[in-house]
Design a protein around this ligand. Structure first.
Ligand SMILES: [Zn+2]
Length: 80
């Protein structure tokens, strides 16, 4: 690996957008784009649908608990 390589950051692009995972859908409540991560590895990854609490995430936009139903779609999770 070339250690002399300097990371070039284009104007208007922040470090937060570098390495962004692909879109995993949007919150069904507030429409915020979601970036779920694997609970174990921390890798950007959507959960497996149909796995109960393991398919759920908390939206950082509105705070609602949502559940992944596959195909980049989420629904508001039933808290019960
Ligand atoms: Zn939301």
């Amino acid at each position: 690996m070339d250690t002399d390589t300097t990371l070039k950051v284009e104007e208007g692009v922040t470090h937060d957008t570098i390495g962004d995972p692909p879109a995993f859908g949007r919150c069904p409540v507030c429409g915020k784009p979601l970036r779920p991560r694997d609970l174990i590895t921390g890798e950007p990854k959507a959960p497996e649908p149909g796995q109960g609490k393991y398919s759920r995430a908390i939206c950082t936009g509105c705070g609602n608990i949502i559940e992944y139903i596959g195909g980049g779609k989420w629904k508001l999770a039933n808290p019960n």
